[in-house]
Design a protein around this ligand. Structure first.
Ligand code: FNR
Length: 183
């Protein structure tokens, strides 16, 4: 069995630490897991008037989600919540009412920020939204990663041994969660 994971990154900036973290996490996953980054930077601002006529980029996102066996949300924290670009993408793919692409897709939530407890509140807000959208989300372990100089090596893998061990444990639990929900 192969598992296609749709990766949703809450930052659209070029040098995003969250994007780097997503790539490093994928490298910790076992064979059979593929990670596809779902594009959200070309979605229009959500407008309910367009529910009956969704933009091509919105339809694409929904089709990509439908093709996935799991989701991985990797998000920064903006002003103690999730970034607007992420909420915008979530809102788009949740519509029209009754035709949400998210429902039932198992997920993991993780994030990295410059602040010590950074992303904790963003992750908690995101969990609230995902609970409503019927997305079974891995509860434990939680992971709040802080930007450090030695975090990534020059290949983009996790360079810090302790952090690598911790994140390997997270990925192992995430992988088991995805498998359980696709059994
Ligand atoms: C931030 N940042 C931030 N960090 C944090 O830990 N808690 C927060 O509430 C905020 N708030 C916030 C608001 C806005 C508008 C910006 C631009 C930034 C800092 C944030 O952690 C940092 O910019 C990260 O580098 C963002 O993640 P990416 O883009 O590197 O993935």
């Amino acid at each position: 069995t192969t598992y296609r994971i749709g990766v949703v990154i809450g930052s659209i900036r070029k040098d995003s630490f969250n994007r780097k973290l997503a790539l490093a996490l994928a490298a910790l996953a076992p064979e059979g897991f593929t990670f596809e980054h779902l594009r959200i930077d070309d979605l229009p601002l959500y407008n309910q008037d367009d529910d009956g006529n969704q933009a091509a980029s919105v339809k694409r996102l929904k089709t990509e989600i439908a093709a996935c066996q799991g989701l991985l949300f990797v998000t920064p924290e903006y002003n103690r919540s999730m970034p607007g670009v992420l909420k915008n993408a979530i809102d788009h793919a949740s519509r029209p009412y009754g035709q949400s692409a998210w429902a039932g897709k198992p997920a993991g939530v993780i994030g990295i920020s410059v602040g010590a407890i950074g992303t904790a509140l963003a992750q908690q807000h995101l969990r609230n939204v995902l609970a409503y959208l019927d997305v079974p989300t891995l509860g434990q372990p939680e992971a709040f990663v802080q930007v450090k100089d030695d975090l990534f090596d020059d290949k983009g893998h996790i360079g810090n041994a302790g952090t690598k061990k911790f994140l390997q444990g997270w990925v192992d639990k995430y992988v088991a969660w995805i498998k359980t929900h696709n059994a």
